[in-house]
Design a protein around this ligand. Structure first.
Ligand SMILES: Nc1ncnc2c1ncn2[C@@H]1O[C@H](COP(=O)(O)OP(=O)(O)O)[C@@H](O)[C@H]1O
Ligand SMILES: [Mg+2]
Length: 316
């Protein structure tokens, strides 16, 4: 096993009752990189994180952190910073007091002023936790995860609910941490986030790793495999029922059937047909957006291949 790996999972299995939540999961997270764990709800992401952190014991397989086998041993917890989806903080402490409290638990900690600046939380420094906005609160959660200068940072959907500015600020913070040598494992449902941040990606479906590759290789392999052309996203002004007659594989992107995605197509042909459909239905086409293959499409096709289209709607 290479010592350049921060986390290695070998043949991990986890069964709840008679339900196989994880089946022979193998993951290699390289030290100093950002590793993304993607998958639809219930695919086993949180269970995988719990096993990495030692909160849950796998039924079989082996977990190593920085070359140390932890499956039956004690977890070297001070090496890990953790940002769960919901973190308990003290509501009446201010931002600064919160960071001071958590800093006091560690021998060496992140300088608080520097951390506040990096997180763009300076203006909220004297605000009580209970008065923070959702985005400010998540930034503080991230600060708490970072304060002990962890070698490994585990982030469970860190920017869910952020406004775009906060989201980009947090992405920059995560990249800076990576550049200073921290290894990061992140789960996300936001494809842009995975695409922007991750050096390597694993996609979990039904507890199995269906793809694990460097980000660039995922895109290259996928493009070769499916001989991809461009994909088209169409916004109709009203719902249409006819589109599936022309494009049976079209993917509905909203509840009503106004937004559709059509994969792997000759754009000119799609555009022409879309206008014919609109004319037949007497509706307007608000927008036609042509996209090169993006991670979102790759993800949707993978899930669709393995689970059927009904699950896809929940993702987009
Ligand atoms: N303690 C548990 N007991 C029984 N089933 C569980 C338990 N924890 C998770 N599961 C099931 O295991 C599957 C994977 O869950 P989870 O790892 O939370 O998925 P994700 O984080 O990808 O949404 C789900 O079907 C979930 O219902
Ligand atoms: Mg989860």
């Amino acid at each position: 096993m290479s010592s350049s790996n921060a986390v290695v999972l070998e043949n991990i299995g986890k069964i709840f009752g008679s339900f196989k939540a994880l089946n022979n999961v193998n993951l290699e997270v390289q030290t100093g990189k950002i590793f993304g764990l993607l998958g639809p709800n219930g695919s086993g992401k949180s269970t995988t994180l719990d096993i990495i952190m030692g909160f849950k014991k796998p039924d079989n397989g082996k977990v190593s952190l920085f070359g140390q086998n932890i499956t039956n041993g004690r977890l070297v917890r001070e090496k890990i910073g953790l940002m769960l989806q919901e973190t308990a903080l003290f509501p009446y402490l201010t931002v600064k007091e919160t960071l001071q409290f958590f800093a006091s638990l560690y021998e060496k900690s992140f300088p608080i002023d520097e951390l506040l600046k990096m997180l763009k939380l300076e203006s909220s420094v004297n605000k009580q936790v209970r008065k923070l906005s959702g985005g400010q609160r998540r930034k503080l959660d991230l600060g708490v995860a970072m304060i002990g200068l962890p070698k490994l940072l585990i982030l469970d959907e860190p920017t869910t609910g952020f406004d775009p500015v906060s989201k980009h600020e947090t992405w920059e913070t995560i990249k800076k941490l990576r550049d200073s040598g921290t290894t990061i494992v992140i789960t996300t449902q936001i494809m842009d986030e995975a695409e922007y941040l991750c050096d390597k990606l694993a996609i979990l479906i039904n507890g199995e790793v269906v793809i694990q590759e460097e980000m660039q290789l995922i895109k290259d392999n996928y493009n070769n495999k499916y001989n991809k052309q461009s994909s088209v996203v169409i916004h109709f002004a009203e719902e249409t029922k006819l589109i599936l007659e022309s494009f049976p594989d079209a993917i509905k992107l909203d509840e009503h059937g106004c937004r559709w995605m059509i994969l792997n197509q000759d754009v000119a042909k799609v555009t022409q047909e879309v206008h014919q459909i609109a004319a037949k239905e007497k509706i307007k086409v608000d927008d036609i957006d042509v996209k090169d293959s993006s991670l979102e499409e790759i993800f949707i096709e993978l899930v669709k291949d393995s689970e059927g289209a009904d699950k896809v709607e929940k993702l987009v």
